[in-house]
Design a protein around this ligand. Sequence first.
Ligand code: FEO
Length: 402
Amino acid sequence: MDTEKTGEAVELAPGVYWAGAIDWNGRDFHGFTTPGGTTYNSYLVVGEKTALIDTVKAPFAGEMLRRIRQIIDPSKLDYIVVNHMELDHAGSLAELKKETNAKILITRRGVDILNGYFRDSGSENWDLEIVQTGDELDLGGKTLMFLEATMLHWPDSMETYLKEDRILFSNDGFGQHIATSKRYDFEVGNALPDAAEYYANILMPFHMPLLRFMGVLDKLGVEPLQIAPSHGIIWKEDLKKVLEAYKSWANGEVKEKVLVIYDTMWGSTEIMANEISEAIRADGTEVKLLNLRKNSRSHIMKEMLDAAAFAVGSPTLNNGLFPTVGDFLVYLKGLRPQKKKAMVFGSYGWGGGAVKAIEKELKDAGIEVIEPGLQVRYRPYEKELERCKKFGEQLAAIARKR
Ligand code: FEO
C-alpha cells in the first residue's frame, strides 16, 4: 500500500480515513524543537452515521475540511469526538462547527477547557455529550469505545477505540513530531527514535498515568491492530515494538549510558567536559557529549530517556549559572526524568556559584545528585585534568551500578 497522497484522505480500513493536515514548517512545539515538522491527524469514521475523531491546529482547518469533503459533506457529520482540547487537536473546532451541527463527545474535564477557549465562538450553545471510560457509540457497523487517558497529555485527554477494525485513536499517546506524506510506520522505516523523542518531551512526567492507562487497556481487552495517534505515522508493523518501548520508558528502564551536558564561556568548562567524556569512553561506557548551544533541549531529553547518569557543566556568570544551562534545567525540571543520577562540574574566576546553583536545581527536579561537584578556577591544567578524569570514571561506575 502506498499512502503518499498528500492531497487526499487516506483509508486505514473500510470506512475509516485519515483526514488530517501536514505541518511541514512547524519548528517548535511549546519548547520542543521539531526540525522535521509535524502532523495533526484527524480521522473520519463512516458507518451508518459518521464521526470525526479530533480536528487539527487552526491554520490547517481548510486542509482538514478539504480531505473530509472527499469522503462526505461536512454538514452531514453526526459526531465530533474531542479526545483532547489542546489546540493542536481542537483548534479547528470553531471552523468545523460553522459547517455542521454535529454533536461533540468529550470528557467531563474537557468541557471546561472547551468553554475556556471557544466561548467567543458560542461553545456554550454547542451540543455536547460527556463520555467516560467504557462508554460506547454505535455508528451502525462501527462502534467507538471511549477510554479516558487523564494526563496523557492534559487532564481532559481521552483515546478512542474502534472495535470492529481494532484501531486505537491514541491522540498524543504514541505520537511523533514528523511531517511526512506517508501515513504508516512501514513506509517511513524506523519511527521509534521519533516516538522516543516525543515521549521524552511530552509524556515523560506522566509515566504513572501511562502505566495505569495500559492496565485499563488490558482489563478491557483492547488489543489494537493499528494505533493511530494524532501526530505522525500510524503504527501497524511496529505496533508491538512501540508498545514494548512505551512500557520500558514508563518504567524508567535505563542503560549504561552517560550524558555530559555543558556550555562554556572562555573554553575551560569545555576542556573539562571533553576530559570527563573521554574518561567515560575509556572506561567502555557509552557517552554523549552535548553542548547546549549545539543541541536542542528536546534532543538532549531524548538522549536522557535511557541514560543512567548525566553530568551538567557550567561556567559561573555573575555568581550564578550560565543562561543556556538555566534554560535547560527549567525544561528538565518540568519533565521530571526518573531513576537518574547526576554530578555537576564547572569553572569560575573569583566567586564561583554555578555548581551549587545547578545542584540545587537538580535536587528540586527529583534527581539524585552525587556530591561534591568539581570546580576549576580559570583553566584546568594537569592536576585539574586528572580530577576531571576521576570524575568521569566515577560517573561511569555510577552508570554501571544502575
Ligand atoms: Fe498534541 Fe497535548 O497536544
